[in-house]
Design a protein around this ligand. Structure first.
Ligand SMILES: C[S@@+](CC[C@H](N)C(=O)[O-])C[C@H]1O[C@@H](n2cnc3c(N)ncnc32)[C@H](O)[C@@H]1O
Length: 260
């Protein structure tokens, strides 16, 4: 344990020093710009299901889920379902760890922990693959716009049964949409837990990097986070995560709820 603590302390000091590593930060930015053009986020899968994320953020989510130990993860933006499966697999590991520690027997399908995914268009082949996946007993899905009153009401009702809630926003990336999602779902986040806003890095890209999309630098999740934080002091950007990852689609997007 002592050597593990030393590992984390050394890592913290090392990461704090990264602010002065201009060459590494420049190279990371150049990689981010080039990787958007190369559609790098479309290369990975989680337990066989395509996940549209960067590996760095997948690791960050794994660390957060282990630290927070949520019983509900609400995710907007399902696509193929990889992020739902990834989160469900982490919840399964939390269940397994609880059983090992308590000595209780474990029914692998039963769980008090759930991932709730919301998407405006859940394609039938994606739904079938998610429902057939071994992690499916921990996954629930709602089809509809994440900002519609009907969907928001359903999610609020669903969340009442849970006590440690995490939220991940990864659907439509315009300022207006993400701000509406933040206003609807961030209040459900438990103190100490996180609201993760993906694709804030759009703001750091050269203009017109997404010619076929309604978002761009100046109108994206990062601008929405800035506006949201102006009137929601219960949330703080966890800068330590950005500093450690260096390459992330969510700079300034890992928001921790620090008070009621
Ligand atoms: C980037 S993908 C999600 C990727 C997924 N989280 C993953 O990691 O694999 C964005 C998804 O958001 C969905 N979407 C777009 N507008 C939406 C809206 N208004 N409400 C809910 N989902 C929406 C799209 O249908 C698409 O499946």
């Amino acid at each position: 344990m002592k050597s593990m603590n030393r590992f984390f302390e050394e890592s913290k000091v090392r990461v704090e020093g990264y602010a002065a590593e201009a060459e590494m930060l420049r190279a990371a930015h150049e990689f981010s710009v080039a990787s958007v053009k190369a559609k790098y986020s479309y290369n990975f899968h989680s337990l066989g299901v395509p996940i549209i994320q960067y590996p760095q953020d997948i690791v960050a989510m794994q660390e957060l889920i282990w630290s927070v130990k949520p019983d509900l993860i609400i995710e907007t933006g399902i696509a193929h379902g990889g992020s739902l499966v990834q989160s469900a697999a982490m919840l399964a590991l939390l269940d397994m760890s609880d059983a090992i520690i308590s000595g209780d027997s474990l029914d692998p399908r039963a769980s008090a922990r759930t991932v709730l995914g919301i998407d405006i268009d859940i394609r039938s082949h994606n739904r079938e693959a998610i429902e057939a996946h071994p992690m499916s007993s921990r996954i629930r899905m709602i089809e509809g716009s994440s900002v519609s009153e009907e969907v928001v009401d359903q999610v609020r009702e669903f969340a009442k049964e849970y006590s440690r809630v995490m939220v991940c926003l990864d659907s439509n990336h315009t300022h207006e949409h993400v701000l509406a999602e933040l206003n609807a779902y961030a209040p459900l986040v438990s103190v100490g837990s996180y609201c993760v806003v993906f694709d804030t890095f759009i703001n750091d890209m050269p203009g017109d990097s997404y010619p076929d999309r309604p978002w761009d630098s100046g109108d994206n999740p990062k601008t929405a986070v800035r506006e949201f934080l102006e009137s929601n002091g219960q949330f703080l950007i966890d800068k330590a995560i950005d500093s450690k990852l260096i390459i992330t689609v969510a700079p300034d997007g890992y928001l921790q709820r620090v008070s009621e």
